[in-house]
Write a protein that binds this ligand. Sequence first.
Ligand code: RIB
Ligand code: CA
Length: 316
Amino acid sequence: MAKKVILDVDPGIDDALALCMALFDPRLEVVAVTAVGGNVSPQLATRNVRAIVEQLDPPRLPRLGAASEPDQGLPVDSRHLFGVDGLGDAGLEVAELLAPHPSEKIICDEIRAAPEEVTIVALGPLTNIARAFHRDPELPSLVGRIVMMGGTVAGPGNVTPAAEFNIFCDPLSARAVFRSRTTKTLVPLDVTNRLVLGFDVLSQLPEETTRVGRLVRKILPPAFRAFRQESALEGIHVHDSITLVAVTNPELFVTQEMAGDVEVRGELTMGATVFDRRRVPAWRHNMEVAVDMDVHKVAQQILRNLAHAGKSTEGL
Ligand code: RIB
Ligand code: CA
């Protein structure tokens, strides 16, 4: 039976790629795609989610959720990496900008509709999840699992020396989710940074004659250019796609139970994730953390998923 998932995203090219993979994966039933501000503003994230879903036109249309302003505003601007529209300035059209329900309401509804069955795949800041938990305090125990992309265990951050982007954007929400009773898996930068998709990927993308091919061929080349300019990297990181693979193919990952929290203040360390890794920890384990993955097989899985998504949208 397909696994019910809610994709909570801040597209973002990385998130858009994960959406392409998830919406056509027969192992997943995407019940909702909820937008959150992060790589782009809440308004743009909402628009991008709709534009991507409209462009891909998947066989089963998920419910869509609108992002709202985070309490502290967004501290980071990712335009240098993902372009002004967050999608490499792909110029995607939106047919009709309906006013969707807020993301946190959609999350509450869908979890309540299928208690303990839904996995939330959180690929952006944890604003929506924290708000859903605040709105419905019983919700944390009704979620099947949250699989989150974010944080670091031992490595450096990617937005400050200490903090990873998703956690840094909204540390208070991240702390609330980390401390919640929900069953959690974290896929941190230490692991996702190990995979760099090289330029050769561009020749393996689905054809232009497919809806998925048309989208990824628009958004990926600007990402390659940005990573080269910003990080002198001959390839791109795909943190969010890797996290999705952790949902569909957990056998490709090594995980460990850990006790983690988030630094919510600090001139140099705000948004850093802190794990009690002392020989005799005082904190209780509160999440499973990915500590390693089969890099080659994860890369193959991403390409296989994209190829399948391409085939599913051929000639339409
Ligand atoms: O740190 C990686 C995360 O922040 C990903 O979710 C990506 O979308 C980014 O900007
Ligand atoms: Ca993201």
